[in-house]
Design a protein around this ligand. Sequence first.
Ligand code: OFO
Length: 175
Amino acid sequence: MIGERMQDAINAQIKEEMESAYLYLSMVGYFESIGLEGMAQWMKAQVQEEVAHAMRFFDHLVERDGRVKLLALAEPKTEWSSPLDAFQAALAHEEYITGKISDLVTLAAEENDHAAAIMLQWFVSEQVEEEATASRIVDLLARIGTDGPGLVMVDRELGARVPMCTPAPADSDGE
Ligand code: OFO
């Protein structure tokens, strides 16, 4: 059975992960609106990843007889001044999430919650990757500036990202 402090903190983290998904989904809309479909595709895959992160926390609570309590999500921003501005916001958001994971690790130690500590190790490594990926894209976009062909190239590269899972096509008999 999970302790109450950790249960509340994990419920709060489920909200953080879902807000990450919501923010990135808003960025999908932004990239679609300016015709950068590769970046939109990349962000769609990121949305799936964030929902999967929320589900890891959700499942951890359920497995340990905790109670899931979903909290209201904040409305995300909808406009950015450029693709670089959007990816800089994504990087800043990942840095913020890294801080949240770090707080959870500290709490797990305080509470002597070894199960949570082990589960959180995956997130510690994942955040290193999340920040590195966003940072690499920010660097690329900063280097090309507003150069049209460069932007098209980066858009094409990001569009090659494979989503975690693709929904099965609807049955032809309508089921
Ligand atoms: Fe869940 O890692 Fe991004 O936010």
